[in-house]
Design a protein around this ligand. Structure first.
Ligand SMILES: [Zn+2]
Length: 258
């Protein structure tokens, strides 16, 4: 019999919660460590749709990447507050939630490592080493097995990450050989990344993009939703406990290109 605590401990061996950034909120977000788990749903975000999916599929435990609770809750008002109602639905259906966020980003075999391997990078190194463990930290960089021109690389990237669109900031027209990647929101790091041919991250704003051009750096905004690949990583890993693990299939990027 697998309990919530067993899943938590297993995940913590992959991505120790001590590796989480100070501002983050990770771990058991809601539920009971002693509850039995037969079926797990892995997702990027615990949205209303994901909770409905979990209820419909008889899920006992949701494991998300982004924290269910991030900003402190001041009230649970079920009249019209969506967050309150998400929590109420989870409680009423006895669904526990574990969120592993920046600890999973940084872990040596965590999400950024997984993303770098999806691109088949070689000589993978940590971009920003964690103070507790030099094999862990945010972001990775490495080399492609062969140089590509930008167009070829973008095609390859979209296929490997299952993305329909990306936005590119072109600061130079060198061929692409060395690649840095930081899943999620990594625009703040454009000033401190090592000298690579291209940097991949999400949530790149206007000013960061302008600065990248000034610094002659290439950036591809792969969108924050590119972290949907976390579901593959979590599913394969939690299955080691011999329990049923499903990937959410109701999640999609909130943006539409018109
Ligand atoms: Zn994220």
């Amino acid at each position: 019999m697998v309990k919530v605590k067993n899943v938590f401990d297993h995940l913590n061996r992959l991505a120790d919660i001590k590796l989480a950034e100070k501002w983050d909120n990770v771990g058991l977000m809601l539920g009971n460590y002693n509850d039995e788990v037969n079926k797990v749903l892995v997702c990027l975000d615990v949205t209303t749709d994901v909770v409905d999916e979990a209820i419909k599929n008889g899920i006992n435990l949701i494991v998300s990447h982004h924290p269910l609770i991030f900003k402190p809750l001041k009230s649970l008002n079920f009249t019209d507050d969506f967050k309150s109602n998400i929590i109420r639905n989870l409680i009423q259906n006895n669904i526990s939630v574990i969120s592993f966020h920046t600890n999973l980003d940084s872990a040596s075999l965590g999400l950024n490592d997984f993303l770098a391997k999806k691109l088949k990078l070689e000589e993978i190194n940590v971009l920003f080493e964690h103070e507790l463990d030099h094999n862990s930290g945010l972001g990775r960089f490495g080399k492609l097995s062969k140089e590509m021109d930008l167009e070829e690389f973008i095609k390859y990237l979209k296929a490997q990450f299952k993305l329909e669109t990306v936005s590119a900031v072109i600061g130079n027209n060198k061929k692409i050989h060395s690649v840095a990647i930081l899943g999620g929101s990594g625009a703040d790091f454009i000033y401190s990344i090592p000298d690579v041919d291209i940097y991949l991250t999400g949530d790149v704003g206007y000013h960061a993009a302008l600065d990248a051009i000034e610094m002659k750096k290439n950036i591809i905004d792969i969108g924050h939703f590119s972290e949907h690949l976390v579901k593959e990583l979590l599913q394969d890993y939690i299955r080691e406990l011999n329990i049923v693990v499903e990937q959410s299939n109701v999640e999609k990027t909130p943006f539409v290109i018109l």
